[in-house]
Design a protein around this ligand. Structure first.
Ligand code: UTP
Length: 416
């Protein structure tokens, strides 16, 4: 043990992170062991590079951005039925699974607990998880199948999530048979000097690695293997916080098959040219999403010959992948984006610091950064009022909040 400790100490010295062992002697034995394991797991070269990136402005100004083609679900005419029939056949054959990404921290909403457990205030008081599950069960019934459901959690919220499901008898699903939980990856959080933080529990302070971690964690946790065993070929991946998400869409599947693409995404048209959303585009000829912070006013306002915005298709985290595309995307590391956040930590004197303004860097990969792995993909424009009611903010913000989501949900399901 002593030799191992010394070896770890020497490595920490090399990377200027010796403080991680400052309070080692105050920890109970099990925690000491855990801390050493965690330290051994850290990729210090990666942490160094991530820290260097916090000092650099990342410029994509040399990228060649061009519009991405899309289809409008309600202008497909006779092709609608054609695509739908292809998709229906696949669903009936059990070839579709759904993945819900529920590993986010939901900081903007400020709910105490996993976001999926949030009650948006319907008369039924159903949680987001239950609303999503209702949709899946209803669709499954139509096709005579149970759509396998995979839920990505974070280390932080996994226990609470699984307990919530157990408390609700898994909403009629069967864990291990058609309901699976898996935990996404994490990265250490660092302060403005590049030092890795120690959390309240005396262990390394880590945060989930963003929704882009989905591919790697699906592969590493052997969920893609499980999907293959179940005969699944297509996987819808969506967020937990869109209470109108339609995870089962035969038209989207039919388009993917017909166009011979391995990724097909849904979009909604921007509410106005300057709405703060990312939109589909091609970057250097490959599929991508351009963030609102990156797009020029000229590009945001540009229209085609029909008066439609050239960059108007918002990415709403409603994407369909072949299992093979997920495996391909999971094999290559994605770039990390930097978020400056408030993070409680234990300082060098052993005191807990609770900051009231951001003090630490968190690193997140974005799901759409992997889109460039495929040569082409399909984008299907759907109706916002039918498929997009996100719960992002607290009601006081007034947009994308429980109140707006509840109203959209009630309107769509004619609950008033
Ligand atoms: P958001 O980017 O809106 O983040 O996630 P969030 O964590 O829910 O909320 P804020 O930003 O802290 O307020 C979009 C979707 O991606 C999932 C979320 O759970 C949500 O369904 N997500 C996000 C993950 O599963 N893991 C992550 O690391 C980040």
């Amino acid at each position: 043990m002593e030799a191992k400790l010394e070896e770890i100490r020497a490595n920490l010295k090399k990377y200027n992170q010796e403080h991680l062992l400052n309070h080692y002697n105050d920890l109970e034995e099990a925690k000491q062991k855990k801390l050493l394991e965690e330290i051994e797991d850290i990729d210090f070269e990666l942490v160094n590079n991530l820290y260097k990136n916090t000092k650099k402005e990342i410029k994509n100004e040399n990228d060649k951005i061009t519009p991405m083609e899309y289809l409008d679900k309600y202008k497909l005419n006779e092709k609608y039925k054609y695509y739908e029939n292809i998709g229906k056949k696949l669903i009936k054959e059990g070839k579709l699974a759904a993945v819900t990404m529920a590993g986010g921290q939901g900081t903007r909403l400020g709910h105490n607990g996993p976001k999926g457990t949030y009650d948006i205030g319907l008369d039924s008081h159903k949680s987001l998880f239950e609303l999503l599950c209702d949709g899946l069960k209803e669709e499954g019934k139509k096709y005579g199948v149970t759509i396998p459901w995979f839920i990505m959690t974070s280390r932080e919220n996994n226990k609470d999530t699984e307990e919530f499901f157990e408390k609700h008898k898994n909403f009629g699903y069967q864990k291990g048979k058609n309901l699976f939980f898996f935990i996404q990856g994490e990265l250490p959080m660092i302060d403005t000097e590049g030092k890795i933080l120690i959390g309240e529990d005396g262990l390394v302070k880590k945060a989930a690695d963003g929704h882009g971690g989905i591919y790697e964690s699906l592969v590493k946790s052997k969920m893609t293997e499980k999907m293959r065993q179940l005969g699944v070929e297509w996987v819808f991946i969506g967020g937990v916080d869109n209470c109108l998400v339609k995870m089962v869409d035969p038209v989207l599947m039919g388009i993917a098959v017909d166009k011979k693409v391995t990724v097909a995404c849904k979009s909604v048209v921007k509410a106005n040219p300057h709405e703060k959303v990312g939109v589909f585009c091609k970057r250097n000829g490959r599929p991508n999403v351009i963030e609102y912070t990156e797009i020029t006013t000229e590009m945001a306002e540009a229209t085609d010959e029909n008066g439609e915005l050239l960059y108007g298709e918002s990415h709403i985290l409603c994407n369909l992948f072949s299992v093979e595309a997920i495996e391909r995307m999971g094999a290559n590391p994605l770039p990390y984006h930097i978020a400056y956040k408030k993070a409680k930590y234990i300082d060098k004197d052993g005191n807990l610091v609770v900051p009231d303004s951001p003090n630490a860097y968190k690193f997140e990969a974005f799901l759409f950064d992997a889109f460039g792995e495929v040569d082409d993909m399909a984008v299907l424009r759907v109706k916002r009022e039918e498929e997009f009611a996100p719960v992002k903010n607290a009601d006081s913000v007034g947009v994308d909040c429980p109140k707006t989501a509840r109203e959209l949900y009630k309107k769509f399901y004619k609950l008033d």
